[in-house]
Design a binder for this molecule. Structure first.
Ligand code: NOJ
Ligand code: CA
Length: 549
């Protein structure tokens, strides 16, 4: 990373899912003026960068991840003037503004696709991936990420188009130089307008194998197989480098790639500085896989491995939550008895790792999963698809619903809980997605008034990053605790050393006493309310951060 790019190390990035953040006009949908009204809140929290999930024109098949106008604002969210005001508000407060760039696919309602589908020889004909039928059937057996096959027949052309996501999200054809030029100049346009960075959506799939071979992976219950040769192709890395050289590097733009990278080696392919691709990456893991495979030991190992892989030449995006995952306190913590301690523990763990921390809206007040009573209450197409697949594989409707309640991306998308009034103070109308009934107890207003709340814990955590340079830039070492649920780590810079300890379980566990030698008074503790950390015997979900003298 060049010296001039060093500023990204001092950021704490707050992700806003605009549809669910704050509704300014009572139509039940969060919007840009709503975000503007909450800028003081974000400043109070102390974050210095905002990432907005997509706010561009979209028919909302996948809540804005299906764009029909890249240089327009979604009507429900407001106008370009609202966006300009938001940009100015960010600049005034010294906050960076990061936009979501969705260029693996567009909406089928984008004018490019509307034209492309009409014939084989129109000017936009090559902007998407078109293939002839094979024996009257789709070109291969690939499944779409949202269920069913990945090909849709277009009678006007007598051809199929490829869509890795829903059929309303046709993949763009990056092999077309004209298409690439359209995208790159659109990106330049946004940067010229004042965007500081991009979170780049689903970026591992740009290049396609021209022969589209059948996948050898076992079929899903509906008979289609996930592609086995799509992610991370050399051609995709070449397109990413082209974006970097043309748009990011000359303008000092921050970039975060959302990537499919099951190993640290694959992750490093996107973020090792020598590759000139992204500054940091968000590796995508399916919620169902994360739920079934995570453990405190695995979190520690992943952190250790990614640290080793990138410490000399790279940087990390650190996140536990986003709009594609269940709520972190429900997934990795305890949303019952130890809700508060475990929400604080997770915050401290994430912010004590090297890298740029991401805070997803509502995480700072410990928002939890929701259990919506009927499958129809879920809006997310991915949840609906998983439910169908489970039924096809023989699960009962009750079991499939229970699984949806656990896995659904809507867990993270329920509206932000601002106060204890109706609909959590999110809207004066009917919210587009039900508000979690626990908004009565878990809300911003209650926590702002309580100095020991999760909100104030996050405020101190974010402030500490500025006060203690070792948190942002120190070396990382994990210490041996002799217990998988106990994690201890240090962050060190010349002249400054910090120790963080965590009990990742609902049982009490005792740390080897020698680990706390030299520790001063705790700077933060998940048991602040009970007087702070009192030595090596850690209570359930107890976590603390100490200076080492
Ligand atoms: C990843 C986004 O985060 C997710 O919400 C979306 O459904 C897919 N990419 C498709 O754009
Ligand atoms: Ca609205």
């Amino acid at each position: 990373m060049t010296e001039e790019k060093d500023w990204i190390k001092d950021l704490v990035i707050y992700q806003i899912y605009p549809r669910s953040f704050y509704d300014s006009n009572g139509d039940g949908i969060g919007d840009l003026p709503g975000i503007l009204q909450k800028m003081d809140y974000l400043e109070e929290l102390g974050v210095n960068a905002l990432w907005l999930s997509p706010v561009f024109r979209s028919p909302n098949d996948d809540n804005g991840y299906d764009i029909s106008g890249y240089q327009e604002i979604m009507e429900e969210f407001g106008t370009m003037e609202d966006w300009d005001r938001l940009r100015d508000g960010c600049k005034r407060r010294g906050m960076k503004l990061i936009m979501d760039l969705v260029v693996n696919h567009s909406s089928d309602e984008h004018p490019w696709f509307q034209e492309s589908r009409t014939s084989r020889d129109n000017p936009k004909s090559q902007y998407y991936i078109w293939r002839d039928p094979v024996d009257g059937r789709p070109p291969n057996n690939w499944a779409s990420a949202f269920g069913g096959g990945a090909w849709e027949y277009e009678p006007q052309r007598g051809q199929y188009y490829f869509h890795y996501f829903s059929k309303k999200q046709p993949d763009l054809n990056w092999a077309s130089p004209q298409l690439r030029e359209e995208i790159l100049s659109m990106m330049e346009w946004w940067v010229d307008k004042g965007v500081d960075g991009f979170r780049v959506d689903a970026i591992s799939y740009l290049d396609k194998p021209q022969d589209f071979p059948d996948s050898k992976l076992p079929p899903q219950p509906d008979g289609f197989s996930f592609p086995d040769c799509l992610a991370g192709r050399p051609g995709t890395h070449a397109y990413i480098r082209e974006m970097n050289r043309r748009v990011y590097a000359p303008r000092n733009v921050l970039t975060v790639g959302e990537v499919s990278a099951p190993t640290v080696e694959e992750l490093a392919n996107y973020v090792n500085t020598s590759r000139e691709e992204f500054d940091m990456a968000i590796p995508f893991v399916l919620p169902m896989v994360e739920i079934d495979t995570w453990s405190p030991e695995k979190l520690r190992r992943d952190a250790e491995e990614s640290y080793a892989a990138l410490k000399d030449q790279g940087w990390w995006a650190r996140f536990f939550s986003n709009h594609d995952k269940p709520r972190q306190v429900s997934l990795y913590g305890d949303d019952g008895e130890y809700w508060e301690a475990s929400a604080k523990l997770l915050g401290l763990f994430l912010h004590s790792l090297p890298g740029t921390p991401f805070v997803y809206q509502g995480e700072e007040i410990g928002m939890t999963n929701v259990k919506l009573p009927r499958i129809e209450d879920y809006d997310d197409p991915d949840t609906q698809n998983r439910y169908r697949q489970l039924l096809l594989s023989g699960a009962s409707p009750e079991a499939a619903l229970a699984r949806a309640q656990l896995e659904s991306r809507d867990n993270a998308r329920t509206p932000m809980q601002w106060d204890n009034t109706e609909h959590g103070g999110f809207t004066t109308g009917q919210p587009w997605l039900k508000v979690n009934p626990n908004a009565r107890e878990i809300n911003v207003e209650a926590q702002r008034q309580d100095p020991r709340s999760i909100f104030h814990f996050y405020r101190r955590l974010i402030a500490l990053r500025k006060e203690r340079p070792a948190l942002a830039r120190g070396d990382l070492s994990f210490l041996d605790t002799g217990c998988n649920e106990l994690i201890a780590l240090t962050r060190s810079l010349p002249g400054e050393r910090l120790l963080a300890v965590f009990n990742f379980s609902a049982e009490a566990h005792t740390l080897p006493a020698r680990l706390l030698e030299g520790a001063g008074e705790a700077l933060l503790s998940s048991y602040d309310r009970q007087g702070g950390c009192q030595g090596p015997a850690l209570r359930p979900y107890e976590a603390a951060l100490f200076p080492i003298n």
